[in-house]
Design a protein around this ligand. Sequence first.
Ligand SMILES: Cc1cc2nc3c(=O)[nH]c(=O)nc-3n(C[C@H](O)[C@H](O)[C@H](O)COP(=O)(O)OP(=O)(O)OC[C@H]3O[C@@H](n4cnc5c(N)ncnc54)[C@H](O)[C@@H]3O)c2cc1C
Length: 534
Amino acid sequence: MSDHENLTRNTDDVVIVGGGLAGLFCALKLAPRPVTVISAAPLGQGASTAWAQGGIAAAVAEGDSAEAHAADTIAAGAGLVDQKIALGLAREAGAGIDDLLRYGVPFDRDLEGKLAVSREAAHSARRIVHVRGDMAGKAIMSALIEAVRRTPSIRRIEGFAAETLLTEDGAVTGLQLRKVGDAAAEPVTIASRAVVLATGGIGHLYAVTTNPAEAGGLGLAIAARAGAMIADPEFVQFHPTAIMVGRDPAPLATEALRGEGATLINDKGERFMIARHPLAELAPRDIVARGVFAEIEAGRGAFLDAREALGAHFAEKFPTVHASCMEGGIDPAIQLIPIAPAAHYHMGGIAVDARGRTSLQGLWAGGEVSSTGAHGANRLASNSLLEAVVFAARIAEDIAGQTIAASVRSPAISINPQNGAMPASTEKRLRAMMTSHVGVIRDADRLAEAVRSFAAIEREAHNIALRNMATTALLVAASAWARRESRGAHYRSDYPSEKPALARRTMTTLAAAREIAALLAEPAPARSAQPMIA
Ligand SMILES: Cc1cc2nc3c(=O)[nH]c(=O)nc-3n(C[C@H](O)[C@H](O)[C@H](O)COP(=O)(O)OP(=O)(O)OC[C@H]3O[C@@H](n4cnc5c(N)ncnc54)[C@H](O)[C@@H]3O)c2cc1C
């Protein structure tokens, strides 16, 4: 729908920004309550959910338990997982899967008709529920989109991006949107006292990423700019095995391939992960990502070798990966797959409580844009779709139990109506700097340079989308600079070990990140001052 009047009508609706798993699931759970879903891309496109290959972690197999799942989640999170949240997530997994089955997701079953489960890295049991091998994301999205289309209470606005959150006295009053791809278009405002941000991750802030272009951290930015508390922004997970065939975003070789026995080798044919970790290829993602990165840095290259483990069965078992390889001119049944680490998942995000509430009244956040504390410093594979489902349901329940204050009777007034063109070269520079300075291996000097650069773009950008990208990039870089240790996915070559005294989550704001930028803009001696982020 693109009719201006309809867009700006006064509304009592709950407004959900994002048409991925978190957004659509939340909208369905709220039915028959009127809900407006805004998505930057047409439904089914521009959402990481559609690209998920592994599946959803759920302790549904005999002999497995929510406690074991939570324990694995806590171990992967390197001391920062909120244990209560992790256990709640694991316990509610079964109910989430049941809901998805009801919405029509055709999860694979074994010969006895029970849900089939596979194993992924750092899980102590086979517990990944999947669809036709690696088609989980596509199947989930098409089932949910169908269900949404059948639900008359859900109004859809596709092709519009939220660029500013409107607030009054710390409470949300609405959103400012703009048509995607038309920087000169007039902004439109939509009034709402209950906004759910479900805008996904930040991978596209990096030059090498597995995330769609819509995952540029804009949702996180608009919340931060409105003053919301942001948690753990420095923790970015790099997928160790993005397929390097010159595509942006880079296609992904799912972890499940290694679960099935595919190995990682360098150009000498050596399995380099054996020397790095007892679990070798199935070690936690950050360790594998650094191993792959080190081989590439050393000039030996890194490859995924599925020739023996899968061979002729590759196409049938992993059709998506197979197609990506073939498009790049590689037959993975008989050839090595060139790989590199790519920005993949953001553990950090808008800080939320167990109900998905943010620090701003009337604002909830769910899915990857939020930070619930479930992933700590490193996400356990396939826990993100689970988190999106569980928290989307909790948000819907929380909103359903409330009377949202009477609607704003006139559309909220837009701010920043002017928008300049997107300067492609600055965007490219920002993305390149995120990969080189705020990537797999970080240090104080490069982080400080990145902070200064992003703060300048944030201050000076005339294009709102670019400014919002810089806002999120600044939060990530400033918190990475402030965390003087290595933990989980955050690795500092100048502070290579974990410091027990720093085993606490980062809770920060844009104002604090800007203070760090101001500090780093000063002459060198001031830079050793204590970080201002808790
Ligand atoms: C290649 C790949 C494979 C993955 N595999 C798995 C897996 O097997 N298992 C697992 O658990 N996780 C996996 N993940 C992670 C998981 O897919 C995501 O964390 C999860 O899908 C996020 O869901 P979401 O609903 O929060 O966001 P998304 O699905 O990314 O949806 C975000 C939505 O917000 C919209 N949007 C963004 N910004 C705006 C804006 N400003 N205004 C309006 N709309 C906006 C987008 O267009 C989109 O509709 C994978 C991720 C990738 C990239």
